[in-house]
Design a protein around this ligand. Structure first.
Ligand SMILES: [Zn+2]
Length: 154
């Protein structure tokens, strides 16, 4: 399943990427282009735009009702019954590219020493060249994700 988020939903797009969901997002994109990309690329439009959803040519879309980010994520996860456990942290938060695992030896000098010395697993985005690792902030993030994915919280 692939998504395109409208320009008001940048945070939602980033969170869906954290969950491993293929989600593109542009800061500036008019409605015609949004619909066109959705159709041509087979992407479901995520939008808060009440005018947009009235258009007959909109195609596959989900109207996001909540203004709160975690509720927005839940809306998408619940609506499409997305199983995200296996895809967590597999996608670049910044550019949506799938991350690949890289050997520690390859990244020496590319991350701070304390990170290099304390972490085992590193991932790289080949598009924007960022390197990711299991950081402490991810514990908080993981707890939040567990809440989001928990059926009881819906
Ligand atoms: Zn990237």
């Amino acid at each position: 399943m692939k998504f395109i988020a409208d320009f008001t939903l940048g945070r939602l797009a980033r969170w869906l990427r954290i969950l491993g969901q293929d989600t593109i997002f542009y800061n500036k994109l008019d409605k015609d282009m949004l619909i066109r990309i959705g159709k041509e690329k087979g992407r479901i439009i995520l939008t808060k735009d009440t005018k947009l959803i009235k258009r007959r040519d909109i195609g596959d879309h989900l109207f996001i009702t909540s203004n709160r980010i975690y509720d927005q994520v839940k809306e998408v996860v619940n609506h499409y019954r997305l199983g995200c456990e296996d895809t967590l942290f597999t996608r670049c938060i910044i550019c949506n590219t799938e991350l690949i695992y890289i050997e520690r030896g390859e990244i020496k000098g590319m991350v701070p020493d304390f990170v290099f010395n304390s972490k085992d697993r590193f991932y790289k985005c080949h598009n924007c060249k960022r390197i990711f690792w299991e950081g402490t902030h991810k514990e908080k993030m993981k707890r939040k994700i567990e809440e989001i994915l928990s059926p009881l919280s819906s």
